[in-house]
Design a protein around this ligand. Sequence first.
Ligand code: FES
Length: 89
Amino acid sequence: MSETNLPEPKIVDKKPVVMTLEAGKYFWCSCGLSVNQPFCNGAHKGTDFRPVVFELSEPKKMALCLCKYTAGAPSCDGSHLKLTDSVSA
Ligand code: FES
Protein backbone atom coordinates (compact mmCIF):
# COMPACT_ATOMS: atom_id res chain seq x y z
CA MET A 1 0.00 0.00 0.00
CA SER A 2 1.34 3.40 -0.87
CA GLU A 3 2.07 6.02 1.76
CA THR A 4 -0.38 8.49 0.27
CA ASN A 5 -3.64 6.85 -0.75
CA LEU A 6 -4.77 9.04 -3.62
CA PRO A 7 -7.35 7.17 -5.71
CA GLU A 8 -8.31 10.23 -7.78
CA PRO A 9 -6.28 13.26 -8.78
CA LYS A 10 -6.76 16.41 -6.73
CA ILE A 11 -8.62 19.08 -8.70
CA VAL A 12 -6.53 22.24 -8.68
CA ASP A 13 -9.03 24.34 -10.62
CA LYS A 14 -11.98 23.79 -12.93
CA LYS A 15 -10.41 25.77 -15.72
CA PRO A 16 -7.09 25.46 -17.55
CA VAL A 17 -4.15 27.79 -17.15
CA VAL A 18 -3.14 29.42 -20.43
CA MET A 19 0.56 30.10 -20.77
CA THR A 20 3.16 30.57 -23.48
CA LEU A 21 5.95 28.10 -22.90
CA GLU A 22 9.46 28.36 -24.26
CA ALA A 23 11.02 25.45 -26.15
CA GLY A 24 12.10 22.79 -23.69
CA LYS A 25 11.10 19.76 -21.67
CA TYR A 26 8.24 19.96 -19.18
CA PHE A 27 6.74 17.70 -16.52
CA TRP A 28 3.00 18.23 -16.17
CA CYS A 29 1.58 17.33 -12.76
CA SER A 30 -1.09 14.63 -13.08
CA CYS A 31 -1.81 14.17 -9.37
CA GLY A 32 -2.77 17.76 -8.48
CA LEU A 33 -0.60 17.83 -5.35
CA SER A 34 2.20 20.02 -6.69
CA VAL A 35 2.40 23.57 -5.34
CA ASN A 36 4.11 24.51 -8.59
CA GLN A 37 1.05 24.01 -10.87
CA PRO A 38 0.71 23.02 -13.60
CA PHE A 39 4.11 21.38 -13.24
CA CYS A 40 5.33 18.46 -11.14
CA ASN A 41 7.36 19.21 -8.04
CA GLY A 42 7.73 15.62 -6.87
CA ALA A 43 4.71 15.74 -4.54
CA HIS A 44 3.28 12.63 -6.29
CA LYS A 45 5.84 10.54 -4.44
CA GLY A 46 4.07 7.73 -2.61
CA THR A 47 1.09 7.79 -4.99
CA ASP A 48 0.52 5.89 -8.21
CA PHE A 49 0.58 9.13 -10.21
CA ARG A 50 3.46 10.12 -12.44
CA PRO A 51 4.10 13.38 -14.27
CA VAL A 52 3.40 13.60 -18.00
CA VAL A 53 6.57 14.57 -19.83
CA PHE A 54 6.27 16.71 -22.95
CA GLU A 55 8.75 18.57 -25.06
CA LEU A 56 8.37 21.68 -27.21
CA SER A 57 10.73 22.44 -30.07
CA GLU A 58 9.51 26.03 -30.28
CA PRO A 59 7.56 28.44 -28.06
CA LYS A 60 3.89 27.54 -27.85
CA LYS A 61 0.78 28.97 -26.21
CA MET A 62 -0.99 26.17 -24.37
CA ALA A 63 -4.05 25.67 -22.21
CA LEU A 64 -2.77 23.28 -19.57
CA CYS A 65 -5.25 21.16 -17.62
CA LEU A 66 -5.67 21.94 -13.92
CA CYS A 67 -8.65 19.71 -13.15
CA LYS A 68 -6.43 16.71 -13.94
CA TYR A 69 -9.27 14.83 -15.64
CA THR A 70 -8.21 15.62 -19.22
CA ALA A 71 -7.86 12.72 -21.64
CA GLY A 72 -5.36 14.74 -23.65
CA ALA A 73 -2.74 15.53 -21.03
CA PRO A 74 -1.16 17.95 -20.60
CA SER A 75 -3.68 20.02 -22.58
CA CYS A 76 -7.21 20.90 -21.49
CA ASP A 77 -9.84 18.89 -23.38
CA GLY A 78 -12.87 20.47 -21.70
CA SER A 79 -13.27 17.66 -19.16
CA HIS A 80 -13.61 20.21 -16.34
CA LEU A 81 -17.00 21.14 -17.82
CA LYS A 82 -18.26 17.62 -17.08
CA LEU A 83 -17.18 17.56 -13.45
CA THR A 84 -20.14 17.68 -11.11
CA ASP A 85 -20.45 20.26 -8.34
CA SER A 86 -19.97 17.49 -5.79
CA VAL A 87 -16.37 17.21 -6.97
CA SER A 88 -14.83 20.25 -5.35
CA ALA A 89 -11.82 22.17 -6.49
S1 FES B 1 3.57 16.43 -8.22
FE1 FES B 1 1.82 15.77 -9.32
S2 FES B 1 2.64 14.39 -10.81
FE2 FES B 1 4.37 15.06 -9.70
